[in-house]
Design a protein around this ligand. Sequence first.
Ligand SMILES: NC(=O)c1ccc[n+]([C@@H]2O[C@H](COP(=O)([O-])OP(=O)(O)OC[C@H]3O[C@@H](n4cnc5c(N)ncnc54)[C@H](O)[C@@H]3O)[C@@H](O)[C@H]2O)c1
Length: 447
Amino acid sequence: MHRDHLDPVSRRDFVKSAGALTAAAAIGGLVVPRAFGAHAAGADTIKVGIVGCGGRGSGAAINAISADPGCTLVSMGDVFKDRVENAHKYLSTPSDDVSADVAKRIQVPADRRFYGFDAYKQVIDSDVDVVLLTSYPCFRPTHLKYAIEKGKHVFAEKPVAVDAPGIRSVLESARAAKAKNLACLVGFCWRYNNSMREAFKRVHEGAVGDVTSVHTTYHGGTLTRNPRKSEWGDLEFQMRNWWHFTWISGDHIVEQAVHSVDRLNWAIGDRLPVSAQCLGGRAARSGPEHGNVYDHFSAIYDYADGMRCFHSCRQIDSCPADNKDYVFGTKGNAVIDGWSGQAPMKSRDGKVLWEGKGTSADVGKMYFDEHKELFASIRAGKPINDAERGANSCMTAIMARMAAYTGQTITWEQAINSKESLVPTELGFDKPAPTAEIAIPGQTKFT
Ligand SMILES: NC(=O)c1ccc[n+]([C@@H]2O[C@H](COP(=O)([O-])OP(=O)(O)OC[C@H]3O[C@@H](n4cnc5c(N)ncnc54)[C@H](O)[C@@H]3O)[C@@H](O)[C@H]2O)c1
């Protein structure tokens, strides 16, 4: 299954809702301040660049341009030339997905389309105000660091890193962004979903009483496998199957289910666990395209006050799907559905505490809404920076992966200080690809 099919939101939905809201934003009249962050003083155009021109990069470009009437895409970069060129063609050709207005604001001539491992520097250095970082997770810390050093506002897709050194770097960049008054919004899109916000607000206000535990799930099918082509070397093969290699994606608890780990943190007021245990393995994955990732995890998080919370995720076909947050309180329970937006809350004896009708339309437009808030915050001179919180949620997921791979209980202190660096410092298609061993609990060592 391709992730576009797994994720419940079609591009058409983004654009439809995006169109309606762009009109609303224009009517609302966005204020253009004299000067803010990286944006040229007095200008009403915001120049945007993308690093990573795949599915999410193209989607984020549409979201960004639709979210702000003054936004123009001016540069694009990717490791692979075909990805840049295909995305450029897709974005600049009006279609059911891309409105004529969006296509008109794709202004990326050939000399601002970059490819190769250094393409990120060229995009960031190409006179952009905002950069959308949507490449593979393993590269995010490096790309983010460079963008903030160069004074750019950032949208950074989740996950922001795959290992603790990466998270520590992102935390530093988040602090640097704050000091420079730069935006750094991490793509935990459910945090920008109106139905979810209402549901979590009710939970925080005590609709189900004091929260005693939370169990979140992200159960879905497996992701695309791209069989080897004769012209691909080992590294290209891994990168074209990146979801399945831990050094690139972080494994699916970090790459995909981190949304649900983040919602677990959200439900309990972003408190962080003191330790994690996690069961996991590969029951239904085999073959080279499946790399070295697991296909299921079941995490137990312990907190300083004795609370225990849980997260489980699965990528196995022909099993029931589930993407819910089960919140247990002293008065009753909430079941918050990530895909439908519904969030019914009931007392122990079945009395409705809140109907939580929600709407899947909010799931459809959350990607747009996060960009709308991002650009409005930049224009208001109060740029959103949620990168520390985003990094902590990613670390919460990484910590569970560490516990699953080693079979040990891992404390937060151990995890955040881990020296294990999964990302090679030097990468090149002419160099050997990283090895991808499958972790064995009880044998794989924590480092
Ligand atoms: N928020 C969400 O719901 C959501 C949904 C989908 C994807 N994502 C995230 O977005 C990111 C991208 O996912 P995708 O589905 O678009 O993957 P994708 O494979 O479709 O696109 C990623 C692109 O990045 C490019 N790339 C890789 N390394 C690069 C580098 N060093 N420099 C420049 N470009 C590079 C790849 O060649 C590819 O074109 C991932 O972090 C993923 O987790 C988030």
